[in-house]
Design a protein around this ligand. Structure first.
Ligand SMILES: [Zn+2]
Length: 418
């Protein structure tokens, strides 16, 4: 029985990740014959999870293999993203398609658990589609998350310590489903591996930049969680012990202190307050400046990268400086993990696009040739949605583990909040 559930889950996972596939292709992928696939797809069709169609453009002789498609509009999850500068909620269909979304900017300072949960729950309830099937809820959070219960153990940028985020969001949503929570860079790594720039590369490193730098490292397709699930904190790898900038973690010269948003804007001479506000007397103190200057964000970073590419010498020098530190960090990671691909996500997507020569030069200088010879450097293909898609995949976990059970016990979704 367990084996059967797991086979149905495997089949549905192929459809979820790859989209529509013919029965013949499914049989080939799963190593089973046509009649076995027919039996399994019939069960999934009966549960309303997939549908079968004749392939387009086939007529006449022969019996073309039916195409199996996910019921994306009918079967979906709620996905949330708590990023440093925005809150996002989306209804994501089976197959990974974003069906509808809500987004709001969030202030950098003074955001407590109640405020974040209230805003997310309101946006989430607006997305509920009556009459269809919500099979899970997943959330991405920019901090360290306890596996299993969605407790934020440490959210440095928001100052959260041991906040029961998953449980509170589940309660506020009130649709009878738990909220699975993951670290944003971990989820981004898995999403890029499944459907982005890391497809086909089970040994993968994903770097997610914003205020800090998060990391997700896959070893043979599995996330390197560490003893307690808090692994891959590559942002706090020491790259500049001599003259390093202060870091939110209390140390100095960490990768994220040298390559994060503040470092780039300060190097570009753009770490200035908005009109009418005094310049904080913080010198190189990234910690207090980050909290004092809520107007920073991905647009400010993108503007520096854009200006660097179009020849602004100050912006170009800033990007080169940050690219140098980034390259040192990546060289260390390549020596340690021998990845097939290193993916730059979040703000680092923009930084790397402008600083690729510096990053490549540092890797050539510091990573061992045999470790780096097959390592590809790529920009995130899912871009700003990598973490959201990763959160959605977390929400689909229960369905993919036991499709028929999840499809029958999923709660009736309430009407949209008015
Ligand atoms: Zn640090």
């Amino acid at each position: 029985m367990y084996r059967h559930r797991s086979s149905l889950g495997d089949l549905l996972r192929h459809i979820h990740v790859s989209g529509a596939l013919s029965r013949a292709a499914l049989g080939e992928r799963m190593g089973v014959n046509r009649s076995t696939i027919l039996g399994w797809t019939t069960e999934l069709v009966g549960a309303g999870l997939v549908r079968e169609e004749h392939p387009a453009g086939t007529t006449g002789a022969g019996r073309p293999s039916l195409v199996v498609r996910p019921e994306s509009e009918r079967v979906w999850v709620l996905a949330f993203d708590v990023a440093v500068d925005r809150l996002v909620a989306a209804r994501v269909g089976l197959g990974g398609r974003i069906l509808e979304r809500r987004e709001t900017a969030r202030p950098r300072a003074g955001v407590d658990l109640d405020m974040v949960v209230r805003k997310l729950a309101t946006m989430g309830r607006e997305l509920i589609d009556p009459g269809s099937l919500c099979v899970g809820v997943g959330a991405s959070y920019c901090g360290m998350i306890r596996p299993g219960d969605g407790m934020v153990r440490y959210g440095p940028e928001m100052g959260w310590v041991d906040q029961a985020f998953g449980a509170e969001l589940s309660r506020a949503l009130g649709i009878g489903l738990p909220v699975a929570v993951g670290n944003e860079a971990h989820l981004g790594a898995l999403a890029e591996y499944q459907r982005g720039a890391g497809v086909g590369h089970p040994d993968l490193i994903y770097l997610h930049g914003d205020v800090g730098v998060g990391g997700g490292i896959l070893v043979n397709g599995k996330l390197l969680g560490g003893e307690s699930g808090y692994g891959c904190e590559v942002g706090h790898m020491l790259v500049n012990p001599v003259d390093g900038r202060p870091c939110l973690c209390g140390s100095r010269g960490c990768l994220e202190a040298e390559t994060g948003e503040y470092a780039l804007l300060a190097a570009a001479g753009r770490a200035t307050p908005p009109p009418g506000q005094a310049t904080p007397q913080v010198g190189r103190d990234a910690v207090s400046l980050r909290r004092a200057m809520p107007q920073f964000g991905r647009e400010a970073v993108r503007a520096v990268a854009r200006d660097a590419l179009s020849g602004d010498p100050v912006a170009a020098a800033a990007v080169a400086e940050i690219g140098d530190w980034l390259g040192i960090g990546v060289a260390n990671l390549i020596n340690l993990f021998n990845p097939g691909v290193v993916i730059f996500g979040g703000m680092l997507r923009d930084v790397h696009a402008a600083a690729a020569p510096q990053v490549a030069a540092r890797i050539a200088q510091h990573a061992m040739p045999v470790s780096r010879e097959r390592a590809k450097l790529r920009l995130s293909a899912l871009a700003d949605d990598a973490t959201l898609i990763g959160a959605a995949d977390l929400g689909f976990t229960t369905l993919l583990a036991d499709p028929l059970r999840a499809a029958t016990v999923a709660p009736a979704t309430a009407a949209r909040a008015s």
